[in-house]
Design a protein around this ligand. Structure first.
Ligand SMILES: [Zn+2]
Length: 238
């Protein structure tokens, strides 16, 4: 492993946070692919439910980096990427290690099983940040261990992987409340936008994807409960 910079698991966690909330009802997940010299070859994240999982996005990018074959980057369908990797990998991933923030899924849901793909690519080591609390998708660790793949739990990053997973574990049972506070140092909230451009992009993306079911909006006026469908952009521009 390289001695400098954040660990591959930390990089995967940080990358996944950029899509926190946008993957609803799936968890935010990140994955780093590391070569035999300890270099991070690729990082992938799960961006949206129904789209490729973090492992698939990371392996797609790593394949292109390691082979120079960029044709795979034209694929966006998860099953198509799985098939391309299965047919063309030529054992290039054998000495790679995968760092995944969440146990690779074992089941075939909207997309094929990541654990099965990892097994078929002959990857010998996977480091996992947190076990999958969803019984339907869990079982990837068992599947990998049965296929001579060494699976290691990242004890050092467990707490951070758990924090990343917290919204998902929460909305499995109860509504998940997102709280955004925007205020200047002098206490004012009027006279234009306050929070960062990135923050506003994130809130609007959550509205667009219907992740936010309702919004409590306060600005000068008393608190109102708005339906996100009827919200104009200026009302969430804090
Ligand atoms: Zn998966």
């Amino acid at each position: 492993m390289l001695l400098h910079g954040p660990s591959p698991m930390q990089v995967a966690i940080d990358s996944a946070w950029e899509f926190q909330g946008l993957t609803f009802p799936n968890p935010a997940v990140g994955c780093s692919v590391v070569d035999q010299y300890g270099k991070i070859v690729a990082v992938g994240v799960h961006e949206k439910a129904g789209e490729p999982h973090a492992e698939v996005n990371a392996l797609q990018m790593a394949y292109s980096e390691l082979t120079g074959d960029s044709a795979i980057l034209l694929l966006s369908d998860s099953a198509a990427i799985h098939d391309y990797l299965r047919l063309n990998h030529k054992n290039i991933f054998v000495d790679c290690t995968l760092y995944v923030t969440l146990e690779p899924c074992a089941h075939h849901g909207k997309t094929p099983s990541c654990a099965l793909l990892i097994k078929e690519l002959g990857i010998k080591k996977v480091v996992v940040g947190h076990r999958d609390p969803n019984a339907e998708a869990a079982g990837g660790i068992k599947l990998l261990e049965e296929s001579e793949c060494s699976v290691e739990m990242d004890v050092e990053c467990f707490k951070r992987a758990e924090d990343l997973l917290r919204p998902f574990t929460r909305w499995q049972h109860k509504p998940y409340v997102t709280f955004k506070w925007a205020q200047r140092l002098d206490g004012t909230i009027d006279g234009g936008t306050i929070s960062s451009h990135l923050s506003r992009i994130n809130v609007h993306a959550m509205l667009r994807l219907r992740v936010l079911k309702s919004l409590l909006y306060t600005k000068k006026t008393p608190a109102y409960l708005w339906s996100p469908c009827n919200l104009s952009s200026d009302r969430v521009a804090l």
